[in-house]
Design a protein around this ligand. Structure first.
Ligand SMILES: Cc1cc2nc3c(=O)[nH]c(=O)nc-3n(C[C@H](O)[C@H](O)[C@H](O)COP(=O)(O)OP(=O)(O)OC[C@H]3O[C@@H](n4cnc5c(N)ncnc54)[C@H](O)[C@@H]3O)c2cc1C
Length: 400
């Protein structure tokens, strides 16, 4: 079987590794438009990146790919998929014939839709090059304006603040990370940033960016003009669906896939940030942008390709590192259910358990990794300790 994987990122690299483990004879080609072998993106916004300027953290190095007998075509863009002839057309490496194709094309940083969004000094963050450029500029900047109060914006704000920059963060909605966490956690995040000197402006929209007379930038916002040496934009991700749409696959906020990553063409799969998948619990469609999803989804696809479909039910999980805290989210926090708190904000350690109909729906932890690990086990098993036990810090949860 000849498998071509488009996109040499987190998901693409994991498809390759799993596929090879499943099938020593499969002919595998991994095509990536970036010049680098697949590397991890999460470190790019964390504080460690600011101080550590070594090479990317590779998921699958060139040497490992060679060892696995995988053709790794880097700096190569797939420009078209010819479904009738079953080949991927590349810029630079001709046509690649496939029996099965996997689209792991991820996404691109969404551009701010205002005049001046592309001025020098307005930075976006998705790739190693973006991160290297941002770091170089951060080291020279005294004032940073972060546009967007999602996870990447908050991590960049924290990293810059730790470098000594004056940081202002503006968010157009009335709370931070509104899509992923409940209001109390948004408030917690805002308090942590403000405590450490970040100015957080909510319900504040940027309408225009201009060069200032002092050689910096000025952002015009609904809350007045803000001067900055540098602007970092984190306003979400645009899934890279161009190839899929052009060849007639079903797309809608990502490439539509089934529970095994299959698209509307039986010979084409999609996984990772670009895929719009049905939730195991409700069937509701969702595009998940996380490290763990990219890996789990890639494994599901590779197993299905190898004729060993697995029950791909894994509990969704992501984390974010900011200042001295690590926040983790398990499952999908929704508006419903009872929230039970263990620990408290003042101690810098707490866990919020969301219980709905006796079932653990989601968990949000701050610096309580052990509890989160246990909760993952409970969620997989469909069990949940009583609320009074979860609340009681004198009870060891691993003994429950
Ligand atoms: C700065 C940053 C910090 C993050 N931090 C966290 C975190 O703390 N926790 C967490 O859970 N997640 C985090 N994430 C998210 C996580 O990194 C992504 O969910 C994950 O990388 C998705 O993997 P992917 O393979 O689907 O997409 P990507 O990693 O985007 O890979 C897609 C690849 O496909 C290539 N490509 C696209 N089109 C083509 C084409 N036509 N031809 C060839 N190649 C193509 C792209 O160039 C890219 O290299 C972070 C992401 C970023 C950017």
């Amino acid at each position: 079987m000849r498998v071509v994987i488009v996109g040499a990122g987190q998901a693409g690299a994991w498809v390759v590794q799993r596929l090879r483990a499943n099938d020593p004879d499969c002919v595998i080609t991994l095509v990536g438009e970036e010049p680098w072998a697949p590397y991890e993106r999460p470190p790019l916004s964390k504080a460690s990146f600011v101080t550590d300027d070594s090479a990317p953290r590779f998921i699958l190095s060139v040497e490992q790919a060679a060892k696995l007998n995988v053709s790794l075509l880097l700096g190569t863009t797939v420009v078209q998929i010819d479904r009738a002839r079953k080949c991927a057309v590349t810029r630079g490496h001709g046509e690649l014939a496939y029996d099965k194709l996997v689209l792991a094309t991820g996404g691109s940083a969404r551009r701010l839709q205002v005049p001046g969004h592309d001025l020098p000094g307005v930075c976006y963050l998705r790739t190693w090059e973006d991160a290297t450029q941002l770091r170089g500029r951060l080291n020279r900047a005294r004032t940073l304006l972060v546009v967007g109060g999602g996870w990447i914006g908050l991590e960049v704000a924290a990293s810059a603040r730790m470098l000594g920059c004056n940081v202002v963060l503006v968010e157009s909605s009335e709370r931070l990370c509104a899509r992923t966490v409940p209001p109390w956690v948004s408030g917690y995040l805002a308090r942590q940033h403000e405590l450490r000197g970040v100015t957080v402006k909510l319900s504040c929209e940027v309408s225009k960016i201009e060069l200032s007379t002092e050689g910096g930038l000025v952002a015009h916002t609904s809350d007045g003009a803000l001067d900055a040496d540098l602007i970092a934009v984190g306003v979400g991700l645009q899934p890279n669906i161009g190839l899929a749409a052009a060849c007639g696959l079903e797309v809608a906020n990502g490439i539509l896939v089934d529970a095994f990553g299959g698209t509307s063409d039986p010979d084409i799969y999609a996984c990772g940030d670009v895929a719009n998948q049905p939730l195991a619990t409700s069937g509701e469609r969702i595009r998940i942008e996380s490290y763990a999803n990219a890996i789990n989804h890639a494994v599901t696809v590779a197993d299905h390709l190898s004729g060993r479909p697995q029950d791909g039910k894994d509990v969704p999980w992501f984390w974010s590192d900011q200042f001295d805290f690590q926040l983790q989210v398990l499952g999908y926090p929704s508006g419903d259910g009872e929230w039970v708190t263990r620990g408290d904000e003042g101690q810098g350690k707490f866990c919020l358990f969301q219980i709905q109909g006796g079932v653990l729906q989601s968990v949000i932890s701050v610096n309580m990794a052990r509890e989160l690990k246990l909760a993952k086990r409970w969620m997989k098993a469909g069990v949940c300790p009583p609320a009074h036990v979860l609340r009681d810090l004198t009870v060891r949860l691993d003994k429950v």
